[in-house]
Write a protein that binds this ligand. Structure first.
Ligand code: DNO
Length: 398
């Protein structure tokens, strides 16, 4: 497996030489400065790659090549947007970047209500509180129907909580919810979000799936030609949110996607944290079923509460059995290395999100992406990988 690290380019306060010290070899990055829907020009891609090369690292994965909302909504003449998307893919491939992560979440990306919830032994983590999300939707956004999406006791707690909120609390909550949109584009204020939500009025699961199938039909043949592996990132949280349908949340969805275009180029980003936030998802079992379609892995863990809240646990703590998951991934990795005719990198993975620990605090890194917390996660995962591979090398079937 190829140890990788997400880097936000010029937006990141963590430098490439610092990343090198973590032991990671691969860099996961994107041209966050290019507005969604525009072509990633070859010279910009090349410049980013050269920076990474010069630091002794390799650009292992593009995360993400974002999909314009018009494609998700299926609105207007989309030929130009598809054409641009394919051109960006071609430019990435020409610079040797052949694994492309993307998501198909309407409007928002990963969503949390707290960016620095306290962890019992010190440090902070990202958290999704059902009560705070309900307060946001029902009271701050005034979304009709939102009440029906929450249990009665959460609705009640949300009303109580909202009545205590100051302007500053409201600002912080909005900021936390918007923080999952990486880079500078398409963040919303309350008014903007209301308007954006209206553009999805009447679009239910079936229509979103049809739009997704169209996207796959437009880009997967190009990926096959270019030798690119596309890998969709699951929804986070893995359920409908703000009344928007979500279609990459569970095994049924993944079955649908893998069959919608049955090609190795149409693959998965196995994100244990996103999938793990749905109590019905057995993450190691999903990984096993689609092992040969996993082109990238995000490894992290969550601890869930009964009301739908969850928080990000340390990488080996929380509800997902990381050792079983890593056992599945390393087996698949070994199979690929053995089958390969030429030398290959192995499955790229990155420690996803991390607690803010020690010198992370006050450093203003991108939410979820502090240096020390992620380095801890990477070190722990590295330990499990080594243990599993060494046991296997000594004859264990683990
Ligand atoms: C969260 C990330 C996601 C991911 C996108 C992929 O930390 O894993 O934001 O980058 O959903 O398109």
């Amino acid at each position: 497996m190829l140890e990788s690290w997400r880097w936000y380019g010029d937006l990141d306060d963590i430098s490439l030489p610092e990343i090198r010290q973590t032991g990671a070899k691969g860099i996961v990055t994107a041209l966050h400065e290019v507005p969604y829907g525009q072509v990633w020009e070859r010279d910009l891609v090349a410049e980013r790659r050269r920076k990474i090369d010069a630091a002794g690292l390799v650009w292992s994965v593009c995360e993400s090549l974002p999909i314009h909302e018009d494609i998700k909504r299926g609105s207007g003449n989309l030929n130009g947007l598809f054409e641009n998307y394919r051109q960006s893919m071609a430019n990435l491939a020409s610079e040797g970047v052949k694994t492309i992560c993307y998501n198909f979440m309407p409007l928002l990306d990963w969503t949390r209500t707290d960016l620095s919830a306290p962890v019992s032994n010190g440090g902070t983590c990202l958290r999704f509180s059902a009560t705070r999300m309900a307060a946001f939707e029902i009271h701050m956004l005034g979304r009709t129907d939102a009440e029906a999406d929450y249990p009665a006791d959460v609705v009640e707690k949300a009303a109580q909580y909202y009545s205590t909120m100051t302007d500053d609390d409201q600002k912080q909550l909005l900021n936390a919810i918007m923080s999952g949109l990486p880079g500078a584009f398409d963040r919303y204020d309350i008014q903007g979000l209301k308007q954006a939500l209206q553009t999805y009025n009447g679009i239910a699961q079936d229509e979103l799936r049809a739009n997704y199938a169209r996207f796959l039909n437009e880009v997967i043949p190009a990926a096959e030609e270019l030798g690119i592996s596309m890998c969709v990132h699951p929804d986070d949280p893995p359920r409908d949110i703000l009344g928007l349908p979500r279609i990459v949340s569970n095994l049924d969805d993944i079955d649908w996607i893998m069959n919608a275009y049955d090609s190795p180029a149409n693959g998965l980003t196995l994100c244990s944290g996103s999938l793990g936030a749905n109590p019905e998802n057995d993450v190691p079992a999903i990984a096993k079923k689609y092992a040969d379609r996993i082109h990238f892995a995000h490894l992290r863990n969550v601890r869930k509460d009964a009301d739908g809240s969850f928080e990000e646990a340390a990488h080996l703590e929380g509800d997902t059995d990381m050792v079983s998951l890593i056992s599945v991934l390393t087996k698949e990795n070994a199979r690929r290395l053995e089958d390969a005719e030429t030398e290959i990198m192995g499955i790229p993975f990155r420690p996803d999100h991390g607690h803010e620990l020690l010198y992370d605090i006050g450093r203003c890194s991108i939410p979820g992406y502090p240096l020390i917390g992620r380095m801890r996660g990477l070190a722990e995962i590295r330990g499990v990988i080594h243990a599993v591979e060494s046991l296997r090398g000594n004859g264990s079937s683990f």
